[in-house]
Design a protein around this ligand. Structure first.
Ligand SMILES: CCCCC/C=C/CC(=O)SCCNC(=O)CCNC(=O)[C@H](O)C(C)(C)COP(=O)(O)OP(=O)(O)OC[C@H]1O[C@@H](n2cnc3c(N)ncnc32)[C@H](O)[C@@H]1OP(=O)(O)O
Length: 375
C-alpha cells in the first residue's frame, strides 16, 4: 500500500511536497518520519512526560473505551514513543513549574468570578444556569478538530454527564461552528506507519462517536456558523440543533475520498429520507441553514444578529425543567436505537480505516495541505 501511494506522490507532487511537506514526503515515500522529533514537540506540553520520565516507554495495557481519563493518559504516554528519558524529565519539570506559577496567580481570582473549567487546550467549558457549554476554541483554524480536541470533547462530555447541569451544549467560537476533522491530523505518523495511524484514528473516531451515542442528558448544538464533515454528521445524535442563518452544512466525503461517519449513514436517511441523505453524503451537497431545517436536521433557524440572545434565552428556560424527567424522556426516545447506533458506528469507523489508506483520500488531503484545494 505504502509503495502504491509513494508512486502516486512521486508522480504528482515531486517538488511542492519536497519543499512544503518534507516529513509527509518521507512518510509517503517509505522513508519514515523521525518519530523522536515529533514526540519531542508534542511532549513540550504533555503531563505524560512524568510517566515517560519515571517509567520509560509506555508499558501498560491500554485501558477500556469508557475509562476515559486513564485512556487519555495512556494515549498521551504511548504517543511519546522513544523520547529520551532525560528530555521527558526536563519537559515534565518545565510543565510543572509553569503550572505552579499559574496556580499561584489563579489563587488571586475571586472564587465567584467564573465557573470556567480549566485544563482544556482546545475548548472553553463553562457550567452556569444548569447548562454545561462546551465551546470548540480554535477560531483561527475554523475550529478544525485535532486529535486533542476529540479527546477533550470526550472528557468534557464525560464530566458533563456527571455534573449538576440539566442540559449540555456544543458550540464553536468565532465565525465557524467547525470545519470538521483537522486535515493535519493525518501528517503525524507513528512508527508503525500509515496503517497504524489509520487504525488508531479509527479507534479514536469510534470512541468519540460512542460518547455521543451514550450521552445521558439532552444534547443541544448551537451552530453559530458553517459546519463541515464530522461536526455535521454527529448532529443526528443531538436532541436539538439551533442554527444561525449564516450556518451551512457540508459533508464532502467523496471529494475527500472518504465515507460517512458519526452514524450519519443511518441517521441521515432516517431524518431526511434516502434521496436527500444521498445528495449530502455521496455528492457533498452543501445545505443552507433553511434547507437543513426543512429536511429535519436543524430544529430552528435564527437571524444571525439575534442568534445568541434568542437561543440562550430559550436554553435557560429549558434548563429549569426537571432534569430527571428530561433524562428519562431522552432515554425513551433514544434507547431502543442504541445498539443499532453502536453497530453502525463500528462499521463506519472500520470502513474509514480502509478509506484513509486509499490513494483517493491521501491525494485529497495532500491537495488541501499543499494549498491546491479548498472546499
Ligand atoms: C480521529 C479522526 C477522526 C476523523 C473523522 C473524519 C471526519 C471527516 C471530516 O470531518 S471531512 C471534513 C474535513 N474538513 C475539510 O476538508 C475542510 C478543509 N478546510 C477548508 O476547505 C477551508 O479551510 C474552509 C472552507 C473550511 C475555510 O476556508 P477559508 O478560506 O474561509 O479559511 P482558511 O482556509 O484560510 O482557514 C483558516 C485556517 O484554518 C485552517 N483550516 C481550516 N479548516 C481546516 C481543517 N479542516 N484542517 C486543517 N486546517 C484547517 C486553514 O488551513 C487556515 O490555516 P492557516 O491560517 O494556517 O493557513
Amino acid at each position: 500500500m505504502a509503495g502504491a501511494v509513494g508512486r502516486v506522490v512521486r508522480r504528482c507532487y515531486p517538488n511542492a511536497l519536497r519543499r512544503l511537506l518534507p516529513c509527509l514526503y518521507r512518510v509517503y515515500t517509505g522513508e519514515f518520519l523521525d518519530i523522536t522529533l515529533c514526540s519531542t514537540v508534542k511532549a513540550k506540553s504533555n503531563p505524560q512526560d512524568h510517566a515517560r520520565a519515571t517509567e520509560g516507554p509506555c508499558n501498560t495495557p491500554k485501558p477500556g473505551v469508557f475509562d476515559l481519563i486513564n485512556k487519555a493518559k495512556w494515549d498521551a504516554w504511548n504517543a511519546l514513543g522513544s523520547l529520551p528519558k532525560e528530555t521527558a524529565r526536563q519537559n515534565y519539570v518545565d510543565l510543572v513549574s509553569g503550572l505552579s506559577s499559574s496556580s499561584d496567580s489563579s489563587s488571586q481570582v475571586k472564587p465567584e468570578a467564573d465557573r470556567k473549567q480549566s485544563g482544556y487546550e482546545t475548548l472553553v467549558v463553562t457550567s452556569e444556569d444548569g447548562i454545561t457549554k462546551i465551546m470548540m476554541n480554535r477560531p483561527a483554524k475554523k475550529n478544525a478538530m485535532t486529535m486533542r480536541m476529540y479527546e477533550e470533547i470526550m472528557l468534557a462530555l464525560k464530566a458533563a454527564s456527571k455534573d449538576d447541569s440539566a442540559i449540555t451544549v456544543l458550540t464553536g467560537n468565532g465565525d465557524y461552528y467547525s470545519s470538521g476533522n483537522d486535515l493535519t491530523n493525518f501528517t503525524d505518523i507513528p512508527s508503525g506507519g500509515v496503517e497504524e495511524k489509520a487504525k488508531n484514528s479509527a479507534i479514536l473516531l469510534r470512541d468519540f462517536v460512542d460518547c455521543f451515542i451514550d450521552f445521558p442528558k439532552p444534547l443541544i448544538a448551537v451552530v453559530n456558523g458553517p459546519a463541515v464533515g464530522i461536526s455535521v454528521t454527529i448532529l443526528g445524535l443531538f436532541e436539538v440543533v439551533y442554527a444561525s442563518d449564516r450556518a451551512t452544512f457540508h459533508t464532502p466525503f467523496s471529494h475527500l475520498g472518504q465515507s460517512p461517519e458519526g452514524c450519519s449513514s443511518y441517521t441521515f436517511p432516517k431524518i431526511m429520507g434516502p434521496a436527500k441523505a444521498a445528495e449530502m453524503l455521496i455528492f457533498g451537497k452543501k445545505l443552507t441553514a433553511a434547507e437543513a431545517c426543512a429536511q429535519g436536521l436543524v430544529t430552528e433557524v435564527f437571524p444571525d444578529s439575534t442568534f445568541q440572545k434568542e437561543v440562550w434565552t430559550r436554553l435557560k428556560a429549558y434548563s429549569k425543567l426537571p432534569p430527571n424527567a428530561m433524562r428519562i424522556s431522552k432515554q425513551m426516545i433514544r434507547n431502543r436505537e442504541k445498539e443499532k447506533l453502536h453497530a453502525v458506528n463500528a462499521e463506519e469507523s472500520s470502513t474509514l480505516q480502509e478509506r484513509w489508506l486509499s490513494d483517493e483520500c491521501m491525494n485529497a488531503i495532500m491537495n488541501f495541505l499543499t494549498r491546491k484545494a479548498k472546499l
